[in-house]
Design a protein around this ligand. Structure first.
Ligand code: T4K
Length: 417
């Protein structure tokens, strides 16, 4: 039990966890089922190029998203590139800055310009009024992000899009299994893109999917992701190879089967965090469910440093010393990152306010109730001694100002020579 600042590993006490615990650990799957599927792929002697497992995965993903078409891709970032190329976009794309850098990167990779608009402070998602204010003659699409699986204001954004004759797309990388008023996320835009990265709720090791009701758009995406094969009239870019492999689909299907159990586990984790931190002034466990049915992939706390007396970054360092790896998803906002810093955009006060406060804490099936209690014990201790914690940190000599070197992640495997 940690009761004094000296008990913190940051100040030389023993670390709370013998082994690192971290955001983004892959969720539990049924290995037997995975191995069976991989065995089937080997027996079929069909390992890629739209094999039976990929086809089944696409069907399941389309069902989950409530749309007619899903094209599985090697990851979501490339899925966006395919979508925007297939949609023939040119010029500017309006999007929030409060997202993973993959969203603007996909746009920029195609020679398009991301135009950042501010967020609704309640949801963290693209504010329709701000999006409307950012429209210019060069705008070619609106791209909302369902941040942490919270639904964008799709109807209001649709009005803006329709007023200006623009397509409406969503980054649904966080939103597998989420819905609003019974409408699955994935079905709100003209097309949306899921991520099935290793750290996502449903993972295919790496993977993504473009989902849409638009058969023609889906057909173009499908052709482009396979070297442009069969694309009527061709494409100026030719095509690329963005296919999902059978091995990835085997993992994706197995992971999809686990989705209800993983969501239930994460919902319990969220409830435990809320209980453990409910009386901690200045530390708010973000509520997702009031915005729609959430998958609870991300456990987000907001740190109000004026109340706690310590910054989000100091808490991150304190937790790291305890071997708890957190992530500031998403801070700083993309507009403060290269190569976007000099882009034209309206002020983004709500984005900057939220980005200063957010911290993702570990959740998922690798995280048990007892782990959460230990993490929260550290947070409560910091909050009880917030100003003293900051003063002691500031008094540390620069050479020792960073926490003791106790990496939260295991060393990454090195390739063999
Ligand atoms: N749009 C949005 C809104 C997104 O959040 C993302 C991706 C995308 C688009 C693009 O989707 P993809 O093209 O990736 O399909 C991670 C993921 O790499 C990224 O997919 C994800 N969002 C983002 C939010 O998180 P990093 O830079 O934080 O990754 P990294 O390597 O630091 O790992 C994150 C944590 O996960 C660490 O604590 C380590 C842990 N981890 C990671 C891997 C890969 C594991 O425990 N096991 C693993 O296998 O981006």
């Amino acid at each position: 039990m940690k009761t004094a600042l000296d008990d913190l590993a940051f100040f030389g006490g023993p670390a709370a966890f013998p082994r690192p615990l971290q955001v983004g650990r892959p969720n539990h799957i049924d290995r037997q089922k995975l191995f069976e599927r991989l065995g089937r792929a080997l027996d079929n002697q069909w390992l890629s190029n739209g094999g039976p497992l990929v086809q089944e995965f696409e069907q399941r993903v389309a069902e989950l998203a409530g749309v007619r078409h899903a094209v599985a891709t090697c990851n979501a970032t490339v899925g966006f590139q395919l979508l925007m190329h297939a949609a023939g976009l040119a010029g500017e794309v309006i999007m929030p800055s409060m997202t993973f850098v993959a969203t603007p990167h996909a746009v920029r990779w195609l020679g398009l310009t991301p135009v950042f608009a501010d967020i609704d402070p309640d949801t963290g998602n693209l504010d329709p009024e701000c999006a409307a204010g950012a429209v210019t003659p060069r705008t070619s699409a609106l791209l909302g992000v369902h941040l942490w699986g919270r639904p964008c204001a799709a109807d209001a954004l649709r009005k803006v899009a329709d007023t200006h004759g623009l397509p409406l797309f969503f980054d649904a990388a966080h939103a597998v299994g989420c819905s609003v008023d019974g409408r699955p996320l994935g079905s709100l835009g003209d097309a949306e893109v899921f991520s099935f990265h290793a750290t996502k709720l449903v993972n295919a090791f790496e993977g993504g999917a473009v989902v849409t009701d638009d058969a023609e758009l889906a057909g173009r995406v499908r052709a482009l992701h396979n070297f442009g094969a069969g694309l009527a009239g061709g494409s100026p870019a030719g095509g690329t190879n963005a296919k999902m492999s059978e091995a990835a689909a085997a993992m994706g299907l197995t992971s999809l089967e686990a989705l209800p159990a993983v969501m239930a586990h994460n919902r319990r984790n969220h409830a435990t965090y809320r209980t453990e931190l409910k009386d901690v002034p200045g530390v708010l466990v973000a509520e997702h469910d009031k915005h729609g049915l959430n998958n609870h992939q991300y456990l987000i706390v907001e740190i109000d440093e004026e109340i706690t007396g310590f910054t989000r970054d100091l808490l991150r360092d304190v937790l790291l010393a305890e071997r708890v790896g957190t992530r500031a998803y998403f801070s700083p906002g993309c507009h403060q990152l290269e190569p976007y810093r000099r882009l034209r955009h309206a002020p983004l006060p709500h984005t900057e306010h939220l980005a200063r406060r957010v911290l993702a804490l570990p959740t998922g099936t690798a995280v048990a109730d007892e782990d959460i209690r230990r993490i929260c014990e550290v947070v409560r201790l910091c909050a009880a001694r917030g100003h003293e914690l900051t003063a002691r940190h500031q008094a540390m000599a620069p050479a020792s100002a960073s926490p003791p070197p106790q990496p939260a992640s295991r060393p990454r495997p090195q390739p063999r020579p």
